[in-house]
Design a protein around this ligand. Structure first.
Ligand code: ZN
Length: 59
């Protein structure tokens, strides 16, 4: 399996920020829930927990 499937969602293990990949914009967008965006902490050095087995260093 050489095909790399990029993650479509990630969550910070430290502050709880959540992003979702937007294919149209080609960038991460902050997930909204109940009208509130899950920004997390602006001072956080985000430690992303990515769903699925995604390794950007894999060839
Ligand atoms: Zn964070």
């Amino acid at each position: 399996m050489a095909t790399i499937v990029p993650p479509n969602e990630r969550e910070c293990e430290r502050c709880g920020r959540r992003d979702r990949w937007d294919d149209d914009l080609g960038t991460w967008r902050i997930v909204e829930s109940d009208g509130e965006k899950a920004y997390g902490s602006p001072f956080c050095l985000h430690e992303w927990s990515i769903n699925g087995a995604y390794n950007p260093l894999a060839e």
